[in-house]
Write a protein that binds this ligand. Structure first.
Ligand SMILES: Nc1ncnc2c1ncn2[C@@H]1O[C@H](COP(=O)(O)OP(=O)(O)OP(=O)(O)O)[C@@H](O)[C@H]1O
Length: 258
């Protein structure tokens, strides 16, 4: 069984079609990277997977039919770290992480000892336990992203959806964030712009182009000069050895844009 099954998913913003019939499967426990040019529909696909927007077609995540499952129930299976997460500036880091427990709280009951334990554990796993009493607005970009991932882990989800989790982070933080996600050992789908990060962390890469899947497969099958040139309009040099795929762009290689 797939952790995520997507069949003929279409999404329109008003009358403008954004996704044109997307099909994909995500294996349980795998790391899938979604890559593609700006505006190709990556964030929209994430929003559909999380059940945050209405789409046509069928999406199943962790055995739930996304279109027919209540938001709170979905939140016990799927956590999302969005590109522009909800405003939590005035909260403490502890309070932000504790938002991940919301799907488990009853209407009248408060947090239990177990909830507090899960919050602390998520903070430890993401390296923000020393920041728990800090106001979120005072955190650096890397600390903020760790806190959002801690919130997602506190949600005890089966599937983690990350929209550009390494945006605005320095190179060390980019690796560190993806390594902690990888170590969490849950099914992960991440929108990534850096093709080399996708090559190093993903088991499977999905390439979106103008709302359609242009290619999908393991990094060495997808990150080829032809596919990359076709989708991004720049022909890279791709070096593959036994362990990795490295994508290099050179300035004179531009063939489509700019
Ligand atoms: N509400 C809307 N009304 C009109 N167009 C929209 C709306 N929401 C999204 N779009 C358009 O849908 C397309 C896909 O947007 P989306 O944010 O999913 O792309 P993306 O691949 O995540 O882009 P980026 O890499 O720049 O974050 C874009 O052209 C965007 O302008």
């Amino acid at each position: 069984m797939s952790a995520i099954t997507v069949r003929d998913v279409r999404y329109c913003a008003g009358r403008t079609p954004i996704l044109h019939g997307v099909d994909m499967d995500v294996t349980p426990g795998s790391f899938t990277a979604v890559i593609g040019p700006n505006g190709s529909g990556k964030s929209t696909l994430v929003r559909c997977l999380a059940g945050l927007v209405r789409f046509s077609g069928h999406i199943e995540v962790d055995g739930h039919d996304v279109a027919r499952t209540a938001r709170k129930e979905m939140a016990r299976s799927v956590a999302v770290v969005a590109q522009q997460p909800e405003a939590v500036e005035a909260h403490s880091v502890r309070e932000v992480i504790a938002l991940g427990r919301t799907p488990y709280l009853g209407a009248l009951s408060g947090a239990t000892a177990h909830d507090h334990h899960v919050v602390r554990d998520a903070a430890t796993r993401t390296g923000v336990e020393h920041l728990l009493e800090r106001t979120f607005s005072t955190c650096s970009g890397g600390e903020r992203q760790r806190t959002h991932i801690a919130r997602a882990l506190a949600q005890e989800c089966e599937v983690l959806l990350l929209d550009e989790p390494t945006n605005h982070l320095d190179v060390q933080q980019q690796f560190s964030i993806l390594e902690l996600v990888d170590a969490a050992d849950i099914t992960t789908l991440a929108v990534l712009h850096d093709l080399n990060l996708a090559a190093q962390f993903a088991d499977h890469i999905v390439v979106l182009d103008s709302g359609r899947i242009a290619a999908a497969g393991p990094p060495r099958e997808v990150l080829t000069p032809d596919i990359i040139e076709d989708v991004f309009g720049m022909r890279p040099q791709v070096i593959c050895d036994d362990h990795r795929v490295n994508v290099h762009f050179h300035r004179q290689a531009s063939t489509r844009r700019g």
